[in-house]
Design a protein around this ligand. Sequence first.
Ligand SMILES: NC(=O)c1ccc[n+]([C@@H]2O[C@H](COP(=O)([O-])OP(=O)(O)OC[C@H]3O[C@@H](n4cnc5c(N)ncnc54)[C@H](O)[C@@H]3O)[C@@H](O)[C@H]2O)c1
Length: 439
Amino acid sequence: MTRKNLSNKTVMILGGDGYLGWSLGLAFANRTNNKVILVDNLIKRNWEKEVNAKLLIPIKKPAKRIAAYNGIYNKNNLFFEKLDLLNKKELDKIVKKYNPTVIINAAQQPSAPFSMMNAKNASVTFLNNIVGHLNVLWSIAENNKNIRYIKLGSAGCYMDTDTNFLPLEKKDFSFNHNGKKFKLLKSFIPMQATDFYHQSKISDFLIDDLCAKLWKLKVITVQQATIFGATIEENHSVENETLSARFNYDAVFSTVINRFVCQLVIGHPLTVYGDGKQKTGLISLSDSVENIMKLTKVKLTPGEHTVVHNYTHRYSIEEIAKMIAKVDPNANINYIKNPRKEPEGRLNRQVELHDSIINQQENKKAKVETEIAKMIEFTGRHKDNIDQSIIMPKVLWDKINSEKKESIWNLKYITKTTQILNESMKSMKIRYSSIMNSL
Ligand SMILES: NC(=O)c1ccc[n+]([C@@H]2O[C@H](COP(=O)([O-])OP(=O)(O)OC[C@H]3O[C@@H](n4cnc5c(N)ncnc54)[C@H](O)[C@@H]3O)[C@@H](O)[C@H]2O)c1
């Protein structure tokens, strides 16, 4: 594709080297004629080194990833800019240079365990996630209020809120105090986190609301549920593996299904935290990408903060483990001490969905099973890259980890859980080929 064929629309994706950002970039670039600018400071590559996290498939430098895309799809509409969102001056230059129609912000420190490791990581998470985001909002307000801003939030903001309904908009509430009834008008459902990462996402959400109102911006917060999946249409095949997304499988940066599937393909027991009754919202990577693409077109009113719950499923961790373990008759599930503080919601929760994504609710169960089968096939191709030693959780929510103490705590915890796992591995016949044959 030459520059002449490009549409007028420029989509800027912040966090374009990341799991979601790169997948969005590939999908936008390949499925549209938009000019797509990936922006990232590559900080996640350093954080991964810090905690010894490895990727299922090592990713190349952005220029090489883009050259691979140009070669495979014969297009020339994907670009990269190295930039730290904490650098407001440089951010302004990039916003002015491209004057994007849409900015999607998926550039954050995305891990709860990372944020709970020690004081340094808690502040890195707050600084990066809150100030970086604030800089983008200021830059939009100063440069072009017409830019549509789609910010990735997190469904985990409601983790400690026991409600049986999550509305999209503000509501009126009433409550009793000392026998009297009181009212709270036009408020979002209160959000309560159980870790510093989600606390940063709560602040982000409220900052979106404030800035949309203050400056009449077009802002969407995507309250994103846990994403699962290794690939999208553009990078699933063997020939397209050079386009693979960053895929974490370790206990710090991975999400639950991604971790379970990697455990399954190497014959490791699936490690359920606690009794596994805690529930989580879920959505596949490809559905999430599709939904976010749709949000670039929905009608917005300046000054109104639009909220989207990006979910298709809600399952307990135990249900997920059982669903995955079903694929292999030799699979084991191990219940280990929950390192997190995950409250058991007493109320069964319904989630209101935005009109733009409501259709995606069809054939939910079939979809999750197909996606898991695709993941098993894909991760199976790369199972020799999986390092078993980084799978067990090392960060405990209820311990104050100074950087020195952390290793002692972790050592005790890991030794104990590794013993349990080793015993269970011994009694388990690992027959990976039987999984592949049964697919
Ligand atoms: N993956 C999930 O399951 C999930 C679930 C809910 C919400 N989210 C949200 O989606 C977004 C993307 O998550 P992900 O899983 O793709 O994470 P990721 O770590 O794979 O990608 C984030 C990218 O942002 C970049 N980045 C971070 N700080 C930056 C900064 N200051 N300047 C420039 N670039 C920076 C990193 O280098 C990385 O490439 C995050 O906001 C996360 O909170 C993800």
